[in-house]
Write a protein that binds this ligand. Structure first.
Ligand code: ZN
Length: 84
């Protein structure tokens, strides 16, 4: 009889650990920061150029009027839009 009780206890402990573990995993899988809603994007017209290969890119929507420069060739691109 002792063995049956041990199995029941072991099953209970296993269930508890699984539940706690899944809860922890669920917490980890949640994104660190919620992306802002699309309405908070600002319309911008910024041109960037990659100083290394010369590629140019235009940013039309950003979170900020002066967003951080995108990267190309592992380097920050240079803002070439004249600042008014
Ligand atoms: Zn590049």
């Amino acid at each position: 009889m002792g063995t049956v009780i041990n199995i029941v206890i072991a099953a209970g402990v296993f269930y508890f650990i699984m539940k706690t573990g899944l809860k922890l995993l669920g917490g980890f899988s949640q994104p660190m920061a919620e992306p802002p809603p699309p309405g908070e994007m600002r319309k911008v017209k910024l041109n960037y150029r990659c100083d290394i290969c010369g590629s140019e890119a235009r940013m039309t929507l950003a979170l900020d009027e002066q967003p951080p420069a995108p990267r190309h060739c592992l380097e920050d691109m240079i803002l070439i839009t004249p600042v008014e």
